[in-house]
Design a protein around this ligand. Structure first.
Ligand code: RP5
Length: 168
């Protein structure tokens, strides 16, 4: 069974948003990494198609609630990141969730091909993209936040240390 959403942080800096409960298996990789780096965040299900009003309120209210970055994951005709970028001036990082029919290529193209003027920073398909979205969000926040900068540096050092020089 999939893990439950983490309890909301008191003052979240990052919003992790997904189009469906079924995206959580992918998007938890973003949430887990933000937790590991000590980045306060919240997790929400917001569908561009099924809950359009929720999408507009979430995007419009995000900055005023103190969020600094939105990570949005969706699959198929994945409008969620682009629509959030349309109603918010926060940086939006898009994660293409792997779809059954087209293995996430549909999600990737839907998210990456934003017309000029409303950007979405698009990551790789699936769990690696979700994890990298968290690292990129942390890197953005780290410019102003020494604790996050240190946590990110420590993460990178651990990662470097875990790579053996020769295959085991
Ligand atoms: C998208 O449709 C969601 O982001 C999800 O990836 C996909 C399928 O959703 P479900 O039918 O599993 O709810 O909106």
């Amino acid at each position: 069974m999939a893990e439950a959403f983490p309890p909301p942080a008191p003052s979240p800096m990052v919003g992790v948003v997904m189009g469906s409960q079924s995206d959580w298996e992918t998007m938890r990789h973003a949430s887990d990494l933000l937790t590991e780096l000590g980045v306060p965040h919240e997790v929400r299900v917001v569908s561009a198609h099924r809950t359009p009003d929720r999408l507009v309120s979430y995007g419009r209210e995000a900055e005023g609630r103190g969020l600094q970055v939105i990570i949005a994951g969706a699959g198929g005709a994945a409008h969620l990141p682009g629509m959030l970028a349309a109603v918010s001036e926060l940086p939006v990082l898009g994660v293409p969730v792997e779809s059954k029919a087209l293995r996430g290529v549909d999600s990737l193209l839907s998210i990456v091909q934003m017309p000029r003027g409303v950007p979405v920073g698009t990551l790789a398909i699936g769990a690696p993209g979700a994890a990298n979205a968290a690292l990129l969000a942390a890197a953005i926040l780290a410019r102003q936040d020494p604790e996050i900068r240190d946590a990110l540096a420590a993460f990178r050092a651990r990662q470097t240390g875990s790579v053996p020089e020769r295959p085991i």
